[in-house]
Write a protein that binds this ligand. Structure first.
Ligand code: C2E
Ligand code: MG
Ligand code: MG
Ligand code: MG
Length: 284
């Protein structure tokens, strides 16, 4: 109907599209410039042993120090980077930066988890490239843990399995991220050479309000034990959630209760201390 109306109407319908296309191009240019000008930064969130409160592993989370808009979180720019393919370049930078940090921190940091995007995971040279970067820094491959979301894996489970087998044989650690949201079958899951799966934050969040998630999380922890796969609970925010997870024997967790992601230079002071809330006075 708009097309047959008078020219002014057509312009009216076209304008928003034009503007959003311009915005996308502008953002893509900014992202590209951001990469060239080193505006990205990694922060690290501890992965905590729930029994002891101690940590020796961290997840790297990217932030963009935007020259005008301040610090931006991944949800604000990663989707565009996926669209434009810039995510692959960002991934190169992230891996190199994590390796540099690991060398600086030394062997007390056992492994750092790096999130792998959809595009990166399916790219031909991911494994070669990661191994080259790790090797160039003189690190063993198991110092790097790749986090791949369940929904990415489930798009092509058979191919994903083959790719992950190669990564596993090369010595990289593998975690399934956002577990419970991607509808993988048990049959598929137990064949994957993964070291851990991370129970999606949405299940932890509804813990106290929903019997369903109590049952589900308990089942996932049992499943992990049966398969010999570690389980990490994401998004632990309250003492109540921690208690429940401890009761059912969930070994590890991450969340604001312990600590949000922090700058790399704060990591050394966290090693060897308990991050349990009640111990926080002796921690920091
Ligand atoms: P993710 O891998 O599932 O990371 C966990 C997210 O939950 C992080 O958000 C983290 O800051 C947040 N979080 C941790 N504890 C809590 C908590 O107790 N409560 C709540 N509400 N949130 C918590 P962030 O840093 O905004 O990252 C969002 C997503 O962006 C990540 O989800 C990951 O998928 C992606 N991402 C982050 N960094 C990278 C990266 O370097 N490369 C790629 N490809 N993706 C990344
Ligand atoms: Mg992750
Ligand atoms: Mg996650
Ligand atoms: Mg997530």
């Amino acid at each position: 109907r708009a097309k047959t109306a008078e020219p002014g109407t057509v312009a009216f319908f076209d304008a928003p599209m034009h503007v959003s296309a311009l915005r996308r191009t502008a953002l893509a240019n900014e992202l590209d410039q951001g990469l060239r000008e080193n505006q990205f930064e990694l922060q690290y969130q501890p992965i905590v042993n729930l029994a002891s409160g101690r940590t020796d592993r961290f997840e790297a989370l990217v932030r963009w120090r935007h020259p005008e808009r301040g610090q931006l979180l991944p949800d604000e720019f990663l989707p565009s980077m996926e669209d434009t393919g810039l995510i692959v370049q960002l991934g190169h930078w992230v891996m190199a930066e994590v390796c540099r940090q690991l060398v600086e921190w030394g062997p007390e940091v056992v492994s750092v988890s790096v999130n792998i995007s959809d595009k990166e995971f399916w790219s031909q040279d991911l494994l070669t490239r990661v191994l080259a970067t790790v090797g160039r820094h003189g690190l063993a491959p198991d110092r790097i843990t790749l986090e791949i979301t369940e929904s990415v894996l489930m798009r092509r489970p058979e191919l994903a399995l083959r790719l992950m087998q190669k990564m596993h044989e090369a010595g990289l650690r593998l975690h399934i991220d956002d577990f419970g949201t991607g509808y993988s079958s048990l049959e598929t899951l137990h064949r994957f050479p993964v070291d851990a799966f991370k129970i999606d934050r949405s299940f932890i969040r509804t813990l106290t309000s929903s019997d369903n998630s109590v049952e589900l999380i308990s089942a996932l922890v049992k499943l992990g034990k049966a398969l010999g796969i570690a389980v990490v609970a994401e998004g632990v925010e309250t003492g109540e959630q921690l208690e429940f997870l401890q009761e059912i024997g969930c070994a590890t967790g991450q969340g604001y209760l312990f600590m949000p992601a922090v700058a790399g230079d704060r990591v050394a002071e966290l090693l060897g201390h308990s991050l349990h809330a009640e111990d926080s006075s002796q921690t920091l």
